[in-house]
Design a protein around this ligand. Structure first.
Ligand code: AMP
Ligand code: MG
Length: 409
């Protein structure tokens, strides 16, 4: 058996980033910038008011108080989206709405709450305004020529908003990986009534969903029978149209576990000298068997068939590697220290156990409790989990002990 860290490092060292590509900015959520983004103009593009109120000359409000207001003459009204047509002169004010440009002559805004209309053309100002009050200057958010986002930035919703406001419609990013998902096993059917010995394929919808959550483009490759020729043909086809492939099943030591053999065969006629097939017995539970290959320049993750094992090995090995392909530098799930709500018993077996847990926060600390069933096929209990507690080899932990937990989505 090999330690989990060692297997993960070995996989990551075989992963290359995808070649950068230019994409429409609105398609780039979650992707990593491959080049710096500069702004060509200021944001906001012009000085404007942050509040509804009156545009004034600050000096005209000198001495204004709640019970001793200053009267200014209202010479116009300016909603957002309109250009000012007249300036604010001495003793004058323009009624102005949030986002409207500052009219010439005005240097401050008095908020509407500090004013009162006075006749048809007057306003009583009940507070002194200082120059610049409630004025958003041009370039206050982004200056022209500013380096707005560096290469390496992971684009989130706010980044997309900024790109739109500086009119950057296309960005250089590491593209979304296209990742195929293939289930293997003679026992698998898609849906409907079950004839004897058959079960429904749980791994494919789960893995497709895990990929989608990871921001990857998932490709459904269906079910392959336990037959080396069928698997070879399906995998060859997948390798031709995907950046990476994830299979489940067929990596144990059973008589019908053909995945490693299939990959060995594909690797054997791959002229690329970097192609490799590794068949691991990882010192973890669940998810001990794992096949990892690089064939035709593409990584293939042969995950074990038991659904819980499949999920855990996706989280530990496939997800970080796929994120690395997409240019991420922080690829691992967050790990925190938590308080064990009850004892987590286990037996020494040379493995790291990853029990599925529910995580909650109470009084500022994480608390974990088991989801219940911890077998490698009990996916219904695993579905309740939002964390994996890391139980090092030994006899487990007692109630109240500190434990490490990996937070899932
Ligand atoms: P294998 O890794 O192929 O030996 O499969 C291990 C166990 O996982 C067996 O009980 C399989 O029936 C089960 N299994 C394999 N693939 C799937 C799948 N896609 N969905 C649900 N169970 C599966
Ligand atoms: Mg099988």
């Amino acid at each position: 058996m090999i330690e989990f860290d060692e297997v993960r490092s070995s996989i990551l060292s075989a992963i290359d980033r995808l070649a950068p590509a230019e994409l429409q900015s609105f398609e780039a959520l979650g992707l990593v910038l491959a080049a710096d983004v500069m702004s060509s103009g200021p944001i906001p593009p012009f000085a404007n008011t942050a509040m509804d109120g009156y545009a004034v000359r600050a000096q005209n409000t000198a001495g204004a108080m709640a019970d001793a207001p200053v009267r200014l003459r209202v010479v116009g009204e300016l909603p957002a989206g309109h250009a000012p047509t007249i300036p604010v002169g001495d003793g004058e004010a323009i009624r102005i709405m949030t986002g409207a440009p500052m009219p010439d002559g005005a240097d401050a805004i008095v908020t509407v709450e500090r004013t009162e209309r006075d006749g048809v053309d007057g306003v009583l100002v009940r507070q002194v305004a200082r120059e610049g009050d409630h004025v958003r200057r041009a370039g206050g958010d982004v200056e022209p020529g500013e380096l707005v986002f560096r290469a390496g930035t992971v684009l989130g919703p706010a980044h997309l908003g900024v790109l739109a406001s500086i009119d950057v419609g296309r960005v250089q990013v590491f593209p979304r990986a296209r990742v195929g998902v293939l289930s293997t096993g003679d026992e698998l059917v898609e849906s409907g009534a079950l004839s004897p010995g058959k079960i429904r394929d749980a791994n494919r919808p789960m893995l497709l969903a895990l990929l989608e959550r990871a921001g990857v483009e998932a490709v459904n490759l269906g079910i392959a029978r336990d037959d080396e020729a069928v698997m070879t043909a399906t995998l060859e086809d997948a390798l031709a149209r995907c950046d990476a492939v994830i299979t489940s099943g067929g990596v144990s030591v059973g008589d019908y576990d053909y995945m490693s053999a299939t990959l060995e065969r594909i690797a054997a006629d791959d002229p690329d000298e970097r192609s490799r097939v590794n068949w691991y017995q990882v010192a973890i539970r669940p998810a001990k068997p794992l096949c990892f290959a690089v064939v035709r320049g593409r990584p293939v993750f042969g995950l074990p068939g038991n659904p819980v094992s499949s999920l855990v090995s996706f989280e530990l090995f496939a997800r970080p590697a796929l994120l690395a392909m997409m240019g991420r530098t922080q690829c691992f799930r967050t790990e925190v220290t938590a308080h064990a709500e009850h004892a987590f018993a286990r037996k020494p077996d040379g493995k790291l156990h990853l029990d599925r847990v529910r995580v909650r926060v109470e009084d500022g600390r994480y608390i974990v409790s088991s989801v219940g069933k911890q077998e490698s096929n009990t996916l219904a209990a695993t579905a309740l989990a939002d964390g994996l507690v890391l139980l090092p080899d030994g006899d487990g932990v007692s109630e109240g002990d500190d434990v490490r937990v990996m937070l899932l989505d």
